[in-house]
Ligand binder design. Structure first.
Ligand code: 2AM
Length: 484
């Protein structure tokens, strides 16, 4: 009879899995490690895990036998069929009330499905976003668990002790919501990361081409920004990157080919926003900007054919740099507001009770988008859990109001100089669109009714759909039964 000694089992001994195990061990939990290729279990126990309380298993059966009840098994394997395969292998050795946690990069619809399928079998499934890379996994990741809420009490002590801590000491891990909510929120997190990075690169291009600053001067600007409301991991690493010199003393960043890669989670967020009809324009522009960057050969040809203005700024540089910081801040607020709009809609669509303040806290530390600013978002949702839009919170409404003159000037100057600012400007366009009670969609509806008899709703008769015979020709029949 194998003794049930372990608090949790972990399957998947790639770097993320190994580091999470070591992190759990540091916090006093006994972990049982297993991997498809079992030689990795032995090598892990003999090397990285030597001298720790970590135990190993050479089969799924042995793993389950070594777990205290309710059993908790965390998967850190390749997303997709490997997760389903392990779930199938585990089921014969689990009992009702046992917990399976998927900490991989799964797409949220899979987590919705797995939660439901396993619930029918009495097994509690958790799909958890894990952010912070290898370093985060080892010393404190941001953890975003969602799924079957009945699992939370059992896994909470482990998750909250291994998670990153915000500066106030709070764990960057809380229950996100039901079924696929954890992986959904992780997806939106990644999309927001795309947006934050894109905004910083636009500001960099303006400082480089428009203001003609050196990389060391720019590093100083970022260092200054990192002391204020923009204080964040991405601003901090940008400062360090700008200062970093190649062997010849030139800034290394200038030697990097300007084509951005992507793994697809930003794209998932963009596609999801289109599916849900929520204008997450900044992340969309961030994804498209990476696409445009990768058309390097075409851009090289275009640079010789297409004309533009001279990108030289004439004016008070110091004042303009301060305005750049304001523009960056305001656009970032819009980006998070859009991300929260998307999560709000998904919560409606899937009937999730999303923990909005908790989400900001989970992103506050441990992950790439960690920033001081997320503390303010948490405050906004703590003050009003039903907040319709982040921009309606008085702190953020005031912040955007204060920043907007600078923001408008930055976008205007960039347009005049011919420097692209897709994210900074789409954020401003969204802001202006949102604050217009009347948009020109009345004309658009008229056009649709004109050419396709799609009907329109009158402002003075809400709910009443009418068709106008705009030309005097044709009939009065509306197109409610067909789409032209
Ligand atoms: P391996 O060491 O046996 O390849 C990251 O790739 C982790 O996912 C590794 O632990 C790897 O196990 C595991 N993994 C990848 N594909 C898998 C599959 N189809 N079935 C089981 N484990 C898999």
């Amino acid at each position: 009879m194998v003794e049930a000694v372990a608090d949790i089992g972990l399957i998947g001994l790639a770097v993320m899995g190994q580091n999470l195990i070591l992190n759990m061990n540091d916090h006093g939990f006994v972990v049982c490690a297993y991997n498809r290729t079992t030689s990795k279990v032995d090598s892990f126990l003999e090397n990285e895990a030597k001298g720790t309380n970590i135990v190993g298993a050479h089969s799924v059966e042995e793993l389950c036998a070594k777990l205290k009840r309710p059993r908790k098994v965390m998967l850190l394997v390749k997303a997709g069929s490997a997760v389903d395969a392990f779930i199938d292998q585990l089921l014969p050795f689990l009992e009702k009330g046992d917990i399976i946690i998927d900490g991989g990069n799964s797409h949220f619809p899979d987590s919705i499905r797995r939660t439901k399928e396993l619930e029918e079998k009495g097994i509690l499934f958790v799909g958890s976003g894990v952010s912070g890379g290898e370093e985060g996994a080892r010393f404190g990741p941001s953890l975003m668990p969602g799924g079957n809420p009945a699992a939370w009490e059992s896994i909470k002590p482990i998750f909250q002790s291994i998670a990153a801590k915000a500066p106030d000491g709070a764990a960057c891990c809380d229950w996100v919501g039901e079924t696929g909510a954890g992986h959904y929120v992780k997806m939106v997190h990644n999309g927001i990361e795309y947006g934050d990075m894109q905004l910083i690169t636009e500001v960099y291009q303006i400082m480089l081409e428009g203001l003609g600053l050196t990389h060391d001067e720019m590093a100083e600007v970022f260092a200054e920004w990192n002391k204020g409301e923009l204080d964040s991991f991405l601003i901090e690493i940008t400062r360090d990157i700008l200062k970093y010199k190649d062997t010849d003393g030139e800034p290394l960043v200038t030697k990097i080919r300007d084509t951005a890669g992507q793994k697809g989670t930003g794209k998932w967020t963009g596609i999801d926003s289109l599916d849900r009809g929520i204008p997450v324009t900044l992340i969309g522009e961030a994804v498209y900007s990476r696409c445009l960057s990768s058309l390097k050969d075409e851009r090289t040809r275009a640079s010789k054919i297409l004309k533009g203005p001279s990108p030289k700024f004439s004016g008070d540089k110091k004042a303009f740099i301060a305005q750049l910081g304001q523009a960056l801040y305001a656009a970032k607020i819009v980006s998070y507001a859009q991300g929260y709009m998307l999560m709000r809609q998904a919560a409606k669509d899937y009937d999730w009770k999303l923990n909005n303040a908790g989400i900001a806290l989970m992103w506050r530390g441990g992950c790439i988008i960690r920033s001081a600013f997320l503390g303010k978002i948490r405050d906004a949702y703590n003050n009003n859990p039903e907040l319709e839009n982040l921009l309606f919170d008085s702190f953020f409404a005031d912040a955007t109001a204060k920043a907007q003159d600078a923001w408008r000037n930055v976008v205007a100057q960039a347009v005049v100089m011919g420097i692209p600012t897709p994210a900074l400007s789409t954020a401003l366009n969204f802001y202006d669109g949102l604050r217009h009670e009347m948009l020109p969609a009345n004309l658009l509806q008229a056009q649709r009714d004109y050419f396709g008899a799609h009907t329109y709703e009158r402002l003075d008769a809400p709910g009443k759909w009418v068709h106008t015979n705009w030309t005097g020709r044709g009939g009065n029949v509306s197109a409610s039964t067909y789409d032209a």
